[in-house]
Design a binder for this molecule. Structure first.
Ligand code: CP3
Length: 359
C-alpha cells in the first residue's frame, strides 16, 4: 500500500493516519464510512453570512484568520469527519494575472479574459509565493483542529480553471473555451500547461503547510467529449498528480461527469475518485482498479427533501456499500446555498448512527 512506506516521524500525518477519512481514502477498513460534504464551508450556514456580511469573499479567502474561522464552522456546527479549507479554485488564476472579482448573484468575473496568444503569454507561472496566505490559513486551521480530524486542501483542475479565464466568468455552454480547444489546440495546451504547473506547485505548498488530503475539482469536465476530456483535461490531471509530494496525503479526484470518465480518471492514479449521482456507486467501484476508493454520491437535492426521505436514501447507499472498504460519503456535487441547515445536520447525525443491516 502506497501510504505505509513513510519513515517514522511524529507529524500531523501520524495523528491523522488512523482517522476515518484517511483510512477510507487508502481503502482500509473503517468502523463506519466517513462523511464530509463539498461546499460545506459556505452559504447554507447563518454563521457564514454573519462573516460574509462584514467582508468580501476574496477578503475572506485572503485573510488567514477569517479563512480559518469559516473552515471551522462546519467542524463545530455539523461534527463532520473532515474539514475542507475555505478558499476558491480561482485563486491560482488570480495569482497568474487574472483580474478576479466576485459579485453577489453573478459569481466570479475576470475583467481580462484570456483569449489570444498575447493573453496567454502574459500569464505568470512563478506565482506560488503569492498564495502564501493559503499556507498561513492551513497552519491556523491545524492549530485549531489539534489533530481531531483531517484537513482537506484543494485546487481546480486546469480545464475548469481555464474555462473561467477564457469565458471571463461562469458559463452555461463553454462556447469560447471549446472554440479555443477545437480551433486553436496549441494555444489551449499552452494555457492548460501553465495552469497545471501552477496547480502542482500550489498543491505542494498546501501539503508542505500541513493539509492531510487534497482534492482536485474538475467541476465542468462533463461538458467535454471523451477525446477532448482525454486530451485537454485528463492529461493535465495526470501531470499534476505525478508531481505531488503525496506520501501519506491521499489525492481525491472529483469531476462532474465522473460516472462516464471514472475509468480514465483512475489512470491518473488518484487514491479516491469522487463520483456524481448519475451512476450506482457500487457498480462503478467494481469497475475501477482495486485500491481506488470512491467518494459520493448522493444527489444534493435529496437534502431539500423530508427527513424520512433523506434517511431512506442515505441508508440505501450505505447498505449498498456495506461490504466495501474505501467508501467516503459525500454529495455528488456541492451543497446548494438554500438547503436547510437542519437537513444537513440531520444527514451527518444519521450517518454516524448507521449500523449495517443484519446479513
Ligand atoms: O467546499 C468548501 O466548502 C470549501 C470552499 C470552496 C469554495 N469554492 C467556497 C466558495 C470550494 C472547494 C470551492 C471550489 C470552487 N469554486 C469550485 C469547484 C467546486 C464545485 O462546486 O464544483 C468552483 C467551480 C468554484 C468557482 C466559484 N466560486 C463559483 C462558480 C462561485 C460562485 C457561484 C456560486 O456558487 O454561487 C464561487 C464563489 C464561492 N466559492 C462561494 C463560496 C462559499 C460563495 C461566495 C459568496 O459568499 O458569495
Amino acid at each position: 500500500m502506497r501510504a505505509a512506506t513513510r519513515a517514522a516521524a511524529t507529524t500531523i500525518y501520524d495523528f491523522m493516519r488512523d482517522s476515518l477519512l484517511i483510512k477510507a481514502a487508502f481503502s482500509e477498513k473503517t468502523e463506519r464510512p466517513p462523511v464530509w460534504m463539498m461546499r460545506q464551508a459556505g452559504r447554507f450556514m447563518k454563521e457564514y453570512w454573519d462573516i460574509k456580511n462584514k467582508y468580501s469573499f476574496l477578503e475572506m479567502c485572503k485573510t488567514p484568520e477569517l479563512a480559518a474561522d469559516v473552515t471551522m464552522l462546519p467542524v463545530d456546527l455539523l461534527g463532520i469527519d473532515a474539514a475542507i479549507l475555505f478558499s476558491d479554485i480561482l485563486v491560482t488564476a488570480e495569482a497568474m494575472g487574472g483580474d478576479l472579482s466576485f459579485t453577489q448573484g453573478t459569481g466570479p468575473k475576470f475583467a481580462n479574459p484570456v483569449r489570444t496568444q498575447a493573453d496567454v503569454d502574459k500569464l505568470d507561472t512563478e506565482v506560488v509565493h503569492k498564495l502564501q496566505y493559503v499556507a498561513d490559513a492551513i497552519k491556523i486551521v491545524q492549530q485549531r483542529l489539534k489533530g481531531s480530524i483531517p484537513l482537506i486542501g484543494f485546487a481546480g483542475a486546469p480545464f475548469t480553471v481555464m474555462s473561467y479565464l477564457v469565458e471571463g466568468g461562469s458559463s452555461k455552454d463553454f462556447k469560447l473555451t471549446k472554440l479555443m480547444l477545437h480551433n486553436e489546440p496549441e494555444l489551449a495546451h499552452q494555457l492548460l500547461s501553465k495552469i497545471a504547473t501552477v496547480t502542482a506547485n500550489y498543491l505542494n505548498l498546501q501539503i508542505a503547510a500541513g493539509v492531510n488530503a487534497v482534492q482536485i475539482f474538475d467541476s465542468w469536465a462533463q461538458a467535454l467529449a471523451w477525446d477532448d476530456y482525454k486530451e485537454f483535461s485528463h492529461r493535465y490531471i495526470c501531470e499534476i498528480i505525478g508531481k505531488l509530494n503525496r506520501e501519506d496525503v491521499p489525492v481525491i479526484s472529483f469531476c462532474k461527469g465522473s460516472s462516464v470518465f471514472a475509468p480514465l480518471m483512475a489512470e491518473a492514479k488518484p487514491d479516491v475518485i469522487s463520483i456524481d449521482w448519475n451512476v450506482d456507486l457500487l457498480d462503478i467501484k467494481k469497475r475501477l482498479p482495486a485500491g481506488i476508493a470512491v467518494q459520493g454520491n448522493l444527489d444534493p437535492h435529496i437534502l431539500y427533501a423530508d427527513k424520512k426521505v433523506i434517511k431512506e436514501r442515505i441508508y440505501r447507499l450505505f447498505d449498498r456499500m456495506k461490504d466495501e472498504n474505501g467508501f467516503i460519503f459525500n454529495l455528488g456535487h456541492g451543497i446548494m446555498p438554500d438547503i436547510p441547515f437542519d437537513n444537513v445536520k440531520y444527514a451527518v447525525d444519521i450517518i454516524k448512527e448507521y449500523g449495517p443491516p443484519a446479513p
